[in-house]
Design a protein around this ligand. Structure first.
Ligand SMILES: O=C[C@H](O)COP(=O)(O)O
Length: 257
């Protein structure tokens, strides 16, 4: 089964709209010619519209970092899937560990959001991953299994096949401490086996699993070469064109044609 690798840059709360526009213009040039990798950027909300304008018709896709599950209503401060779809988002990141840690995001919330996103034609990038305490207590598999079961509960198998799941061990995010390729592969393989159990072999073969946590150009190739890792969700290193384009090129080189 050939799965096209997907490299997504999660800019978190960095870059003003003008900085974001300038960045994607430069990224288009820097990543031109890499045609075997899907590239996605996830700017903060105020930058989505201007960046969508620059990216219209481009090979770089647009993602939001979060959304609410209702289409509209009295929900101050929230953004709906309808709005994201209309401005040209293709993806939406759901359940990032920072949303879980600081804003009370739960697996049940992520599940409602995933249904709503799919209903509006957006592809969820569903984030899962264990904390350091959980890993050290030997609970990684248990934690990630519960997250997958909760976040994807009841979704149709063909929708799951089209999803992106980002495995991000919380202890590796922004710390410079990357999971070893073997550890990242082991959990990614567990996730794929679980998807097979819950949604069938075809969904498991098609779903793309990203690794996230201190990914940089230097460690990309070893991670991407793992059989169950189909890309990366990149934080810090996606904020500079040189390092993000480096990760994209390394990915293209690792998968070949
Ligand atoms: O969404 C991205 C992840 O949180 C990874 O962030 P990082 O690459 O800065 O460790």
């Amino acid at each position: 089964m050939v799965r096209q690798p997907i490299i997504a840059g999660n800019w978190k709360m960095y870059k003003t709209p003008s900085e974001a526009v300038e960045f994607v213009r430069r990224l288009q040039e820097a990543s031109a010619g890499v045609d075997n990798v899907e590239i996605v950027v996830a700017p903060p909300f105020p930058a989505l519209v201007p960046v969508a304008g620059v990216l219209a018709g481009s090979f770089i896709g647009l993602a939001a970092q979060n959304m609410f599950w209702e289409a509209e209503g009295a929900f101050t401060g929230e953004v709906s899937p309808v709005m994201l779809a209309e401005i040209g988002c293709r993806y939406v990141i759901l359940g990032h560990s920072e949303r879980r840690q600081y804003f009370g995001e739960t697996d049940a919330n992520v599940n409602r959001k995933a249904w709503a996103a799919l209903d509006r034609g957006l592809v969820p990038i569903v984030c899962v991953g264990e904390s350091l305490d959980e890993r050290e207590a030997g609970r990684t598999e248990k934690v990630v299994t519960a997250q997958i079961q909760g976040c994807l509960a009841g979704l149709p198998a063909d929708a799951v096949a089209g999803l992106v799941i980002a495995y991000e061990p919380v202890w590796a995010i922004g710390t410079g401490r990357t999971a070893s390729p073997a550890d990242a592969q082991e959990v990614s393989a567990r996730i794929r086996a679980l998807v097979a159990e819950l949604f069938g072999r075809e969904a498991a073969d098609r779903v793309r699993i990203q690794y996230g946590g201190s990914v940089k150009p230097e460690n990309t190739r070893a991670l991407i070469s793992q059989p169950d890792i189909d890309g990366a969700l990149v934080g810090g290193a996606s904020l500079k064109v040189e390092s993000f384009a480096g990760i994209i090129r390394e990915t293209g080189g690792a998968v070949g044609r």
